[in-house]
Design a protein around this ligand. Structure first.
Ligand code: ADP
Length: 167
């Protein structure tokens, strides 16, 4: 058993749902690498550097969690790290089809790699980075949705009518 797991995602921005998954994965696996990447289907609001800094700020509380970033295919990134476990989250049936396809694709690209799914905590099944950005645009209170350390940064970038964020 390899105790190293990689949790890849866009984290644009990291939410309390992501953080819940990281906390649970860190209890199961010896070492977890949270790997910030880009998803070609989504245009990110935050730059890679901003997202990495946010995830680092929030994950510093977990001694066995490391934060990294990659522009590579996730399967190649895992090979380069010697990781055989991917962690992903399932919120609802709508995630299932995409996540199954990605898990099979990743195993095809790297036959040593398998995906472990954690079911989202019921408190966070509705929560996505997209919903957070939408709420921020309308000046909603974000404290129940994202880690408090990054609320100000999200409000600065997306809040106030999104003056600094080109939609
Ligand atoms: P990606 O663009 O790779 O899907 P995301 O940052 O949107 O990146 O999501 C990364 C992973 O975290 C995905 O497996 C997603 O299903 C999971 N996830 C997202 N939001 C939540 C949540 N609220 N609770 C649990 N898992 C979540």
């Amino acid at each position: 058993m390899n105790g190293l797991a990689v949790y890849p995602g866009t984290f644009d921005p990291i939410t309390l749902g992501h953080l819940n998954l990281i906390k649970r994965a860190a209890l199961v696996f010896d070492h977890v690498i949270v790997c910030v990447g880009n998803n070609s289907n989504k245009k990110a609001a935050f730059t890679m550097e901003e997202r990495v800094a946010q995830v680092k700020k929030v994950c510093s509380r977990f001694p066995n969690v490391e934060v990294d970033y990659s522009e590579k295919l996730v399967a190649d990134y895992c090979r380069s790290k010697g990781a055989k476990i991917l962690v992903r989250g399932l919120r609802a049936l709508s995630d299932f089809e995409y996540e199954c396809q990605m898990a099979n694709f990743n195993r095809k690209m790297n036959p040593e790699l398998d995906t472990f799914f954690l079911v989202a905590d019921s408190k966070y099944t509705y929560l996505s980075s997209t919903a957070v950005k939408e709420m921020a645009r309308y000046g909603a209170d974000l404290s129940e949705f994202v880690p408090r350390e990054i609320i100000h940064e999200i409000e600065e970038k997306i809040g106030n009518g999104g003056k600094s964020y080109a939609r």
